[in-house]
Design a protein around this ligand. Structure first.
Ligand code: GTP
Ligand code: MG
Length: 209
């Protein structure tokens, strides 16, 4: 049982990141949580972090699952899609094959393994700080996102450009889907005690005649 402070959130969302190795998934999580990016090593299996966020007056607990992009972990990581409310699909704007893999492999995997039909997906083109090396245009990414019904943005874990926005937009959208919001509601949150107003003295409702 956690402390009341730990339980003081309205919704608990499961967020997952997927995409090729090296696109910057772990860096995005690190940039979002600690405003700092290291030279990350490839993730082995999966990792998770917790972050509290307030969106539209609602207190949210985000459990962020960072999966390994390396092929050898694929069978393990697919099991983590189960129950996800939001998925961030990351590619590297300087490596076109990471975008192609998203359209050809990752998006199919997400559809196959995520159990929430309404799960919100956001396409995130990372490393826009390397503009001179860009190989994937904004237009082709947004055309793919539009066709799939995904949100989309470009970001940089390094400069933090659009990093908060990525998680914020995703959370906002999840909140707007009644099915997902209902599922994610924190039922153990201590409810505020109803304020009691004493009935007027001569009110008939509680007076035994
Ligand atoms: P796996 O765990 O193997 O799936 O990789 P990953 O997607 O988690 O990539 P990771 O975050 O480990 O980043 C790979 C490399 O890209 C690291 O050297 C990062 O420092 C670098 N990197 C990540 N994000 C950015 C960014 O926005 N800009 C630049 N210039 N480099 C970045
Ligand atoms: Mg990683």
């Amino acid at each position: 049982m956690g402390s009341s402070a730990e339980q003081d959130y309205d919704y608990s969302f499961k967020i997952l990141l997927s995409g090729d190795s090296g696109v910057g998934k772990s860096s995005l999580v690190q940039s979002f949580i600690s405003h700092f990016v290291d030279n990350n090593r490839p993730t082995l299996g999966t990792d998770f972090q917790i972050k509290y966020l307030t969106v539209g007056g609602k207190k949210l607990k985000l459990t962020i699952w960072d999966t390994a992009g390396q092929e050898r972990f694929r069978t393990l990581t697919t099991s983590y899609y189960r129950g996800a409310h939001g998925i961030i699909m990351v590619y590297d704007v300087t490596r076109p094959e990471t975008f192609t893999h998203l359209t050809d492999i990752w998006s199919k995997e997400v559809e196959q393994y995520s159990t929430n039909q309404d799960c919100i997906k956001i396409l995130a083109g990372n490393k826009v700080d390397k503009e001179s090396e860009r190989k994937v245009t904004k237009e082709e990414a947004s055309a793919f996102a539009k066709a799939k019904g995904y949100l989309c943005l470009e970001c940089s874990a390094k400069t933090r450009q659009n990093v908060e926005k990525c998680f914020q937009d995703l959370a906002e959208k999840i909140l707007q889907v009644p099915n997902l919001a209902e599922q994610a509601k924190n039922t153990s949150k201590p409810q505020p005690k109803p304020t009691q107003t004493a009935p007027p003295k001569d009110s008939g409702c509680c007076t035994i005649q």
